[in-house]
Design a protein. Structure first.
Length: 111
């Protein structure tokens, strides 16, 4: 029974990661042009995209922790953090509700 739960959770995590990291934007349009409030898109966003984004953020953090010694040796810790943790977190928590195609402006490197 315990092994079954572990296998199910691992399969679910693998499926979510596959979907999150293999999807690409299909349509590209100006964010200002798409400011209409579509209840269907908002519902899909809150029910599907936000939970998947939260899982991707947590999974990215776990992958970052595991890979951080290697990225520190390679000198690309900041890039790894941006792509594995910050980008999914921005998509999940900073994007307007129902706006799947709006990209956040690139982060400025603070020194």
């Amino acid at each position: 029974m315990h092994n079954y739960r572990k296998r199910t959770m691992a399969s679910l995590l693998l499926a979510v990661l596959t979907v999150v990291f293999s999807t690409t934007p299909v349509l590209s349009e100006d964010c200002a042009a798409g400011l209409q409030k579509d209840p269907g898109l908002m519902t899909a966003d809150i029910a599907l995209a936000r939970p998947v984004g939260a899982v991707a953020t947590v999974a990215g953090l776990a992958i970052f922790v595991v890979s951080s010694p290697f990225s520190a040796l390679g000198g690309n810790s900041k890039e790894a953090w941006e792509s594995l943790v910050a980008s999914p977190a921005d998509y999940t928590f900073k994007r307007p509700l129902g706006h799947f195609d709006c990209e956040q402006p690139p982060r400025q490197n603070q020194k």
